[in-house]
Design a protein around this ligand. Structure first.
Ligand SMILES: NC(=O)c1ccc[n+]([C@@H]2O[C@H](COP(=O)([O-])OP(=O)(O)OC[C@H]3O[C@@H](n4cnc5c(N)ncnc54)[C@H](OP(=O)(O)O)[C@@H]3O)[C@@H](O)[C@H]2O)c1
Length: 336
């Protein structure tokens, strides 16, 4: 099989594509002929050794893929040879052949393409955890989403709209603003400000104008994918009883919440991790996958694939993500 191999952590472009032996599926494992790979921000961290977990080297990185089951190991009940599946693995997706644990594989409904499914699985599973399980977003809620034109952000925009909430999409450029509106956002919130104090005022002014400051409405939920100053400023636009859901730190700064501010304003800050949920909340993950795959098959969600590359163009593909230019999703063709 042909795969990107990380021999030692380093710059993304330092990693090589190599031919390595095909694996055999063991107990509970599924071997997949891979037809599409979705890229995510955490993949960029993983290749550089900056992700919170660092696998033993050498290893094949990559989380999201979709293709046809070539063979299954003993004890596999979730799929069989010939099935079209999407898989979200911890490592191993950046290859033309992927070995996945069966609980990470989901059979695709008819009409859903490999490309769309691979582009969506991590972002929609994460957005589901943030919007449904942890954010408990309901019809009638007003939700602010940061990094809203990014992979997880745009998934959260669509899932919030699908359940009837009002979505305020926070982005840094006009072009990203257009994309979030095309994906159903009700309003665009601009995040450009000189410093934290200016950002707090800028965000509050825009949100108050929409939600009505006089009634002290603010937002019911914030889904934050950026962290840093945006996290701090977003806390200030929550209403009484509001909930800020922490998804990630794409801005590179892990913020701290002042407990007294949470106490005095009756607020919650809630973590929405994805990987650990496969262990502790598998039924919720499965319900989420079935929900978004069903909405996708019914034409009610968009994958927002905005660029496509061959496997050997992975460094250029990642430049879009690390250079903050990405709008929606970047995919790789592992057979190309
Ligand atoms: N909780 C989980 O289990 C989980 C799962 C997947 C991802 N994540 C995390 O969620 C975050 C978003 O992931 P994603 O895949 O949606 O990322 P993405 O597609 O790259 O989007 C990230 C967005 O963050 C904003 N941003 C602000 N500062 C940035 C910077 N310095 N570099 C890059 N982007 C910056 C950008 O929007 P603007 O330009 O509009 O600000 C960008 O659109 C990441 O921190 C990722 O690690 C968490």
């Amino acid at each position: 099989m042909r795969a990107i191999v990380v021999d030692k952590f380093g710059p993304i472009a330092s990693h090589q594509i190599r031919d390595i032996p095909d694996p055999e599926p063991g107990e509970g494992q599924v071997l997949i002929d891979n037809h599409a790979v979705g890229l995510n921000y955490p993949d960029a961290l993983m290749l550089q050794g900056k992700y919170q977990k660092r696998p033993d080297r050498p290893f094949v990185p990559g989380r999201d893929c979709a293709g046809i089951v070539r063979a299954v190991g003993p004890g596999v009940t979730r799929c069989s040879a010939g099935d079209r599946v999407v898989a979200q693995v911890f490592t191993g997706a950046f290859s033309d052949t992927v070995l996945a644990p069966q609980n990470r594989c989901f059979v695709l409904p008819d009409g859903v393409s490999f490309e769309d499914a691979a582009a969506m699985i991590t972002t929609f599973n994460t957005a589901w955890a943030a919007v449904d399980s942890r954010g408990r977003v309901e019809a009638g809620h007003t939700v602010l989403i940061t990094g809203a034109a990014g992979g997880v952000g745009i998934a959260a925009v669509q899932l919030c709209k699908a359940r009837g909430s009002t979505v305020l999409a926070a982005v840094s450029t006009e072009e990203k603003g257009k994309l979030v509106l095309e994906n159903g956002a009700d309003a665009v919130i601009d995040t450009n400000a000189a410093d934290l104090a200016a950002l707090k005022t800028h965000l509050k002014d825009q949100v108050n104008k929409i939600t009505g400051a006089a009634e002290g409405r603010g937002c019911d939920v914030v889904v934050d994918t950026v962290g840093g100053d945006l996290f701090e400023a977003s806390l200030r636009i929550l209403r009484y009883g509001g909930n800020l859901v922490v998804v990630g730190f794409a801005g590179g700064q892990v913020p701290a919440a002042k407990a007294n501010y949470l106490l005095y304003n009756n607020l919650a800050v809630t973590g929405a991790p994805l990987d650990i949920r496969f262990e502790y909340a598998y039924a919720e993950v499965e319900r989420g996958v079935n929900t978004w795959l069903g909405l996708l098959a019914a034409g009610k969600l968009r994958s927002n694939i905005l660029s496509r590359y061959k496997l050997n163009e992975f460094a250029t593909a990642f430049d879009e993500i690390t250079g903050r230019r990405v709008m929606g999703k970047v995919v790789l063709d592992p057979q190309g």
